[in-house]
Design a protein around this ligand. Structure first.
Ligand code: NAI
Ligand code: MG
Length: 393
């Protein structure tokens, strides 16, 4: 029986790269039925909900989603674009991908950042002599995906109960004279269970794939409670994995280490916001958004998506020039998740081959500015890079 995959192209280039990944999945012999599900900006505008219930129901039933990208806009801009019939009815915009992560408790986000040899976008640094070296990076970021600074518990002009509760904290004295309407609060809430699940997932992954270290990347000297809990739990859990070293770094220092010694890191684990930051940092060393893939994994449902967004500037270009590799690598993570390991390996080695050959490159790989003239300068189209991957399968 074929597997059923819920296909959520979303907005902008999500609609372009997702079908490309499906072409590769077909070519590698992965037999599946794809059911399209609505998500994204047009459903916010037309229905007041970027994540319609029918989409949630499909994921509830079939469990595996392949997601492109969505367009998100600030609250006030979002309201302006609502269909006139929906205005002033109390609709509030909320990012549908954040919504999916929270609804299905997709608390484990995995973002592998692995260099492909000869990728012209790879990080290089000066060596101790006169030359340069190209350290190959193989880091996998485990980002807690549902809590922390992204939990959505926030206010401008907080209700009185909240303000009163906060006033019980001695450090609130310095805000005593700030008028309520001039006060904005975003909370960073972590639960011990949330910490344990992400840290355990990180160690299990390190063990399964032979990574020698797990780095918990937080800021416990300042964020004593939330980062403190992460680091404390990491120390407890690390005892179950005597062959794997536990390192801890501060998020700010970690960003500096990125350009000094990124190749020494294996698995890294962090809260939501910090995980987002370090995964983008590492992604920059291995080729940027055209190469950054991710998985959002819960106990039942899992959704696979490139890290990039909908890149509206490029959505209308015909032919399209964006790099489909991030999306294709995300599809490989889906194959890993459902046990189709060999197919994932085949696709990744096809990608490695085309990069090593270096004959077909998208505009980002040529370090060109994106635009329709990129093709005249020799950049491959989105379709051509996908075709090249397929030709190597
Ligand atoms: P973006 O990731 O969409 O694009 C930023 C830049 O990265 C692009 O202008 C382009 O230069 C490059 N880029 C992105 N994907 C690429 C690809 N596949 N190949 C080559 N180059 C690529 O981020 P931006 O512009 O900040 O946001 C655009 C929209 O996407 C916003 O509405 C934002 O809220 C949303 N977004 C959605 C995400 C999601 O769906 N998970 C994640 C990030 C942003
Ligand atoms: Mg991001």
């Amino acid at each position: 029986m074929n597997r059923t995959i819920i296909s959520l192209p979303g907005d902008g280039i999500g609609k372009i790269v997702l079908p490309e990944a499906v072409r590769v999945l077909n070519a590698v012999g992965f037999e599946a039925d794809y059911i399209h599900a609505d998500i994204g900006w047009q459903f916010w505008c037309k229905e007041g909900n970027a994540l319609p219930d029918r989409t949630v129901n499909l994921l509830e039933k079939y469990k595996i989603g392949l997601f492109g990208a969505i367009t998100s806009k600030p609250k006030d801009d979002a309201v302006k674009e609502l269909d006139p019939s929906l205005k002033d009815k109390g609709f509030i915009y909320f990012s549908p991908i954040v919504g999916l992560r929270q609804y299905f408790n997709l608390d484990v986000c995995i973002r592998p950042c692995k260099s492909f040899k000869h990728n012209p976008l790879n990080f290089i640094r000066r060596n101790t002599g006169d030359g340069f070296e190209e350290p190959l990076i193989n880091a996998v970021i485990f980002r807690q995906n549902t809590e922390g600074l992204y939990s959505g518990v926030e206010w401008t002009n907080p209700p009185k109960l909240v303000r009163d509760a906060l006033e019980t904290h001695p450090k609130m004295k310095k805000f005593a004279d700030v008028r309520n309407e001039d006060l904005a609060i975003s909370t960073r809430i972590v639960s011990r269970e949330g910490c344990r699940r992400i840290i355990t997932a990180a160690f299990e992954y390190a063990k399964k794939f032979g990574y020698p270290n797990v780095t918990v990347c937080e800021k416990p000297n300042v964020l004593r409670e939330t980062s403190g809990m992460m680091v404390k739990e990491a120390k407890v859990i690390a005892k179950n994995y005597p062959d794997i070293q536990l390192w801890d770094t501060n998020i700010d220092a970690q960003m500096m280490w990125l350009t000094k010694n990124p190749e020494i890191y294996g698995v890294l684990v962090a809260e939501n916001m910090f995980g987002d930051i370090i995964s983008d940092g590492f992604a920059g060393l291995i080729g940027g958004l055209g190469f950054a893939c991710s998985a959002n994994i819960g106990e039942e449902v899992a959704i696979f998506e490139p890290t990039h967004g909908s890149a509206p500037k490029y959505a209308e270009l015909n032919p399209s020039i964006v790099n489909s590799i991030a999306m294709i690598l995300s599809a490989c993570m889906m194959l890993d998740h459902i046990g189709e390991i060999e197919k994932a390996v085949n696709i990744r080695s096809a990608i490695a081959k085309i990069i090593e050959e270096g004959k077909v490159k998208t505009y980002d790989m040529m370090k060109l500015r994106g635009g329709s003239d990129a093709i005249n300068k020799g950049a491959a189209t989105t379709q051509q890079i996908t075709d090249e991957v397929i030709s190597k399968l």
